[in-house]
Design a protein around this ligand. Structure first.
Ligand SMILES: Nc1nc2c(c(=O)[nH]1)N[C@H]1C(S)=C(S)[C@@H](COP(=O)(O)OP(=O)(O)OC[C@H]3O[C@@H](n4cnc5c(=O)[nH]c(N)nc54)[C@H](O)[C@@H]3O)O[C@H]1N2
Ligand SMILES: Nc1nc2c(c(=O)[nH]1)N[C@H]1C(S)=C(S)[C@@H](COP(=O)(O)OP(=O)(O)OC[C@H]3O[C@@H](n4cnc5c(=O)[nH]c(N)nc54)[C@H](O)[C@@H]3O)O[C@H]1N2
Ligand SMILES: [Mo]
Length: 778
């Protein structure tokens, strides 16, 4: 059955553990099905061949980078799905909206909504008919300008960004919003790698990863913490496999034995597929408790310290890199004191790992001269994510694993340009240097006070302190926590505006007035006054390159993101501080502004001509420390006293299980491509809870039973999702897992990371109750 036909059919739920390798024939079959089932097959094959090629477009999937010199085929199964999904010829046009009221659309699944096709014309909500109706672009811009100008303070508007926006769009957006007068930039990054930025900024002075693609070829060991690359960064499996092949260690730390981390076949490697050969992508697998990584790292640090002392006592080779520590770091003594003071009992209890396993991980770490540590959402979406990431940095600093080839820190980013959007100034807590630079160049007083992040924006809308919401991409209503309260927040607004490619639930949960503005995607040709335009993006390795759309847009009424922003800006601010419409005739003009105001973009337009783009550089990677101390800082954080939040304790109840929310193989965040999760053996369903069989029985259920899930938080609100099927899964006792966004109603808005404000999507205290109703289909 093809991917594209499932949305109209009722699926048959099935569950059977998967034993094949990740990638390989299964992946190829899945891509082939996506093509054959596509209503646009030929066009899409052409598009795919252009993905991540020089002169082609950047894959709208993940932010993994590619070596400019290596290989020619640079797309993967899930990149293929992302391209195919965007390049559909199905349309959500005025006739579609005339057929469906907003209330009736609310009854459809998210899967169904996005599957209907691309948005083709600007639409405005008409309360009388409960329908979206067409509106002209200029009229739409005038509506927005009227609202923005009518607010008593610019801080009453929220300007959300999702991470697909190009550098050019993001730059223009932040310039407009700051000229308008606020730093209210909630963005997807607040829910994603925010903790990495905060932690690394304090530790090493750079909020980004320090490695480049080539470093992966030189590492002796790669640690992969809390990440599922087989599904979310499939192109990363290739360097992992290559590393194992040349004898490097790949150490995975994940409570789930994700298939992609165990074994992998390269889908574009015919011989290997014919012989069914698959090489391991890992050499060791550790399965900690949810949120237990910091304790495991602390245990590793304790072994390092013990071995260092032994080496000193018997005169053997030291474990620490003393020269590096002396020259480049600060506060090592405070850190080692806190390592000494952390009791083993706490480490073992919190990590869920016996001391012997932690010792093994520590041995693998010290055996390697050059180590890269990678991580993703399993690390960043916890209350104590900032100290956890700082513990990664501490471990790396002890052995000088920073700023040498084959070693460094690698937060693997999510959305394809989420890193670039930050570089461009999408930041609710902007660095002073950025503000100074904007003010100097454009000559207007920029707002200096911090704006709202995602969670703060929801609070502000809930309390009526914010009244206008504008979303540059994304699906705010579904991606955010505490779904019911977020819905109320959006409904409180005077105006909600979404600049989007596809219909989603955020368009249906709207303010008193509401607009949908259809925009071009990565794959579309972007024709402006001076000809077709390229945009630029930055990957996880700080490589900036151009992306050229290849396909003719479905409708002449769609506009590019920069053009939509320019339209809103011109209607609101006239030609202040720039002539917006002149800028978008040729995006080279926007890049000139970027060159003048953002460090690292000297000769931006010229350097873009270089095949594969250019490297932005990274101070920490060069052992230049832009911290207050001028050194890389060891951070002496204590382990959390209690992983369970005091507000959970205040509920007076104990959780049955601790649940993480994660992605299936057939989704891109809130975009659901299909209802299967191949590597976890799930077919035709998403409202499932993975749990240990013994736990299911202990809690009075049987595998296959349905249950309601209720989360604990001592604020008197009931947070419940209904009718989830319990699947017996290979998962450590006491843990559970379910899919995002189905379980977002269970994540309390107040449950956020210390210092990062990121919703704790990987640590939700839940109880199981007898099922009260069928599950709502998302
Ligand atoms: N195809 C596809 N690609 C994507 C996306 C997508 O949805 N689909 N999303 C993009 C985005 S925005 C992002 S941010 C990335 C997300 O990429 P990932 O971070 O890989 O995404 P998740 O599915 O959230 O997976 C989290 C992993 O962490 C593990 N984990 C959970 N809690 C813990 C913990 O406490 N400790 C440890 N050690 N592990 C834990 C889970 O078992 C799971 O394997 O992918 C990007 N790429
Ligand atoms: N419980 C739980 N919640 C989570 C997470 C989790 O792991 N668990 N993960 C969090 C993470 S890491 C992230 S990054 C966020 C993601 O949050 P968002 O970025 O807000 O969500 P997406 O699902 O990526 O947005 C999909 C929508 O973007 C629009 N779109 C797609 N392409 C384009 C484009 O090129 N331009 C424009 N303008 N619009 C486009 C389409 O209309 C589509 O419906 O969710 C977070 N929420
Ligand atoms: Mo993300």
């Amino acid at each position: 059955m093809s991917l594209h036909h499932q949305a109209d059919q009722k699926p048959v739920p099935r569950y059977k553990p998967y034993h094949g390798a990740a990638g390989g024939w299964g992946a190829l079959r899945s891509v082939a099905q996506a093509w054959i089932g596509s209503d646009n097959a030929l066009k899409n094959i052409r598009a795919l061949l252009k993905t991540n090629q020089n002169g082609g477009f950047d894959c709208p999937g993940c932010a993994w980078g590619d070596s400019p010199e290596h290989g020619m085929v640079k797309f993967c199964e899930n990149g293929a799905k992302a391209v195919n999904w965007e390049a559909t010829k199905r349309r959500v046009d005025p006739a579609f909206f005339a057929r469906h009221s907003v209330t009736s659309l609310l009854g459809q699944s998210d899967y169904w909504l996005e599957y209907q096709g691309r948005l083709t014309e600007p639409m405005v909500y008409d309360p009388a008919s409960d329908r979206y109706k067409p509106i002209g672009w200029d009229e739409a811009f005038a509506v927005i300008a009227r609202h923005l100008k009518g607010l008593s303070s610019p801080d009453q508007a929220e300007f959300y960004t999702s991470g697909r926006a190009s550098n050019e769009a993001a730059y223009l957006y932040q310039l407009f919003v700051r000229a308008y007068g606020t730093n209210n930039f909630p963005d997807c990054s607040n829910m994603c790698h925010e903790a990495s930025g905060v932690a690394l900024g304090q530790s090493v002075g750079v909020g980004k990863g320090t490695v480049t693609f080539d470093d992966f070829e030189h590492a002796d060991a790669l640690f992969v913490w809390g990440q599922n690359p087989g599904t979310n960064h499939p192109r990363m499996l290739e360097p992992l496999r290559e590393a194992v092949k040349r004898g490097a260690q790949v150490v995975c730390i994940n409570p789930l034995k994700e298939r992609g981390l165990e074994r992998f076949q390269h889908p574009q490697h015919p011989i290997e597929m014919l012989t069914n050969g698959d090489r391991p992508t890992n050499t060791a697998f550790f399965r900690p408790a949810l949120g237990g990584d910091m304790a495991m790292m602390r245990g590793m640090a304790k072994f390092l310290l013990q071995w260092e002392r032994e080496a000193q006592a018997n005169g053997s080779e030291p474990v620490f890199d003393h020269a590096f520590i002396a020259e480049h770091t600060a506060t090592v003594d405070e850190y080692l004191a806190v390592v000494d003071a952390t009791p083993w009992a706490q480490i073992e209890a919190q990590s869920g790992l016996p001391r012997g396993e932690i010792e093994l991980a520590a041995r693998m770490y010290v055996k390697a001269k050059k180590v890269i540590m990678c991580w993703a959402m399993g690390i960043t979406q916890h209350r104590h994510s900032v100290p956890t990431i700082q513990e990664i940095a501490n471990l790396m600093l002890l052995r000088g694993n920073l700023g040498q080839p084959g070693a460094g820190l690698c937060p693997v980013r999510g959305h394809s340009n989420v890193q670039g959007d930050r570089t461009m100034g999408i930041n609710e807590r902007p660095p002073v240097a950025l503000l100074d630079s904007l003010e100097r160049h454009f000559g207007f007083p920029v707002p200096r006070h911090n704006g709202h992040n995602t969670v703060e924006a929801i609070h502000a809308m809930l309390e009526g302190r914010a009244r206008v919401f504008i979303g540059l991409g994304g699906n705010f209503a579904q991606a955010t926590p505490d779904t019911d309260r977020t819905a109320q927040a959006l409904r409180n607004c005077e105006l909600t505006v979404h600049i989007s490619t596809k219909l989603n639930r955020s368009h249906l949960i709207h303010g008193k007035e509401a607009l949908i503005l259809p925009c071009l995607g990565r794959t579309d040709i972007d024709q402006q006054g001076e000809g077709p335009q390229a945009v630029t993006v930055e990957d996880s390795f700080s490589m900036v390159h151009a992306s050229n759309g290849q396909l003719k847009p479905l409708s002449r009424h769609m506009r590019s993101e920069p053009a939509v922003i320019a339209g809103i800006a011109a209607a609101t601010l006239g030609k202040h501080p720039v002539d917006w419409n002149w800028l978008i005739a040729d995006y080279g003009r926007i890049r000139d502004l970027i060159m003048h105001t953002i460090p690292g973009f000297e000769q931006f337009n010229e350097r873009l001509q270089h095949p594969g783009g250019f490297y932005l550089g990274n101070n920490a990677g060069k052992r230049i420390w832009k911290t207050a101390s001028g050194k890389a800082n060891f951070k002496a954080n204590r382990l959390p006293d209690d992983l369970l939040h005091e507000s959970v304790r205040a509920s007076g109840q104990l959780p049955d299980l601790i649940m993480q929310s994660m992605r299936s193989h057939d989704q891109y965040n809130t975009t659901i491509y299909g209802l299967d999760d191949r590597y976890r053996g799930v077919k035709g369903q998403r409202n499932v809870l993975f749990a240990n069989e013994a736990d299911i029985i202990r809690l009075g259920f049987n595998p296959g039973d349905k249950a309601d899930l209720v989360s604990l938080w001592g604020d008197g609100l009931e947070r419940r999702v209904k009718g989830f099927t319990l699947l017996a899964f290979d998962i450590p006792a006491g843990q559970a897992a379910a899919y995002y966004p189905e379980v977002n109603p269970l994540v309390p808005l107040e449950s956020v990371g210390d210092g990062s404000h990121t919703p704790t999507s990987k640590f939700v205290a839940i109880q199981l109750k007898p099922a009260s109703a069928e599950a709502r289909i998302i």
